[in-house]
Design a protein around this ligand. Sequence first.
Ligand SMILES: Nc1nc2c(ncn2[C@@H]2O[C@H](COP(=O)(O)OP(=O)(O)OP(=O)(O)O)[C@@H](O)[C@H]2O)c(=O)[nH]1
Ligand SMILES: [Mg+2]
Length: 459
Amino acid sequence: MPETIVALATPPGRSGIGIVRLSGQDALSVARRLTGDAREFVPRRATFVELRDPADNGLIDKALVTYFAAPHSFTGEDTIEISCHGSPVLLRKVIDLCLAAGCRPAEPGEFTLRALSNGKLDLAEAEAIRDLIDAQTNAAARQAVRQLSGALSQSLQPLKDELLNTIVVLESALEFVEDDLPEAQSEAIARSLHEVAERTRAFADTFKAGHLIRDGLTATIVGRPNVGKSSLFNRLLGTERAIVTDIAGTTRDQLNERFTVGDIPVHLIDTAGMRETEDVVEKIGVERARGAMADADLVIVVFDASEPLTEEDRELVRSASRQAFIIALNKIDKHASRDISLLASAGDPALAAYREKMVAISAKTGEGLDELREAIVRPFATNDISTSNFLVTDARHYDLLMRTCDELLQSIERLEEGRSEEIVLIGLHNALRYLGEITGETTTEDMLTRIFSTFCIGK
Ligand SMILES: Nc1nc2c(ncn2[C@@H]2O[C@H](COP(=O)(O)OP(=O)(O)OP(=O)(O)O)[C@@H](O)[C@H]2O)c(=O)[nH]1
Ligand SMILES: [Mg+2]
């Protein structure tokens, strides 16, 4: 029997209520020890109790204890939830008493892992719980909830069924047919496999949108000193997060914050102004800015539209152009003209090539900011985001779907080359195994350890 585990199920810190959760065969007896032994707990009923330290019978808190009897609990084991007042000191004490009574601290995701082991949910559903907890936007939460209700497993089932049918046909041909498969039959098999491969591929392709909704994108603001990067950063976040002054070289350390555009989370990074400098601190800041720029999904190059462009501006655009980038022409409030082509070519006709990447803005007045927000997500937009279809959001699932696809295509090739059923079957079995790994039908211990290490403690 696995040990009884305990963890805080609510976030650490002060709160109205904090919940300590126990799961395992001793959960009930531990709860009784902390409540004076005489208590009877009725399953699925909250019982108002006095929590006491068994060592000296001292009162610790008045709390609500809810008992879920195995197998009718989240984990499938006996589970106790102790809802105390949300004091970190008190909650620590309750956990310590549970540990002293024989529980051990839960590993990250261990409650969910137990639910998985006890057949309460499949792996894709377990991962959905993690994603729901981590969701940064409504859209991400919606996707996770659908996965939690089995949408991913249901999308995969027809593919698995179809594949299994084909495997059965080939296996029986291997068993019972003396000669090669008749051509008509092997063509039918190839057609069916093609269709499964295409559907798998189409499903995998939704990852582009799914990944964006779940993990968002990183946008790094770069530019010469004083062009208004930090002002733009603050404006996009809607707070005065970064220090803004008219002194060039104000920002040294990079700042990271999140905001959302529509359904897409954006990790925004403000950086030190790029320039040659002898100042040690600023130099490091500039180095970091270059690093953050290289790591970004999108670079926002800021120009000061009230000044002529410099060689440094041009150099920045050249290095940004190796990745996705847009140009924010800032401080247009200082200009009578809002015409981008005039603003842009005033400095450099070569930049005219990037016209469609330019947005004229004023970080000071907020002008052009809606357009800029839209331009930030535009390079990543796909139709899938607006559809109500279920999207693949997890890189692990995407990887397995792509592998499935590869195996299927290889098998089709072998089939068309007239290779033996045995050879064709190898790839099909691999494909089926990969699909099974998504929902956890075929998993290794090692894989589970890796997946559950991404969960938070107490879940
Ligand atoms: N008129 C006008 N002034 C702006 C605008 N955006 C920023 N400024 C001013 O430009 C100066 C520099 O702004 P910052 O946001 O600190 O510039 P920065 O690019 O972060 O500068 P460093 O951190 O030194 O690299 C400040 O005086 C801002 O008030 C704008 O859209 N219009
Ligand atoms: Mg700054």
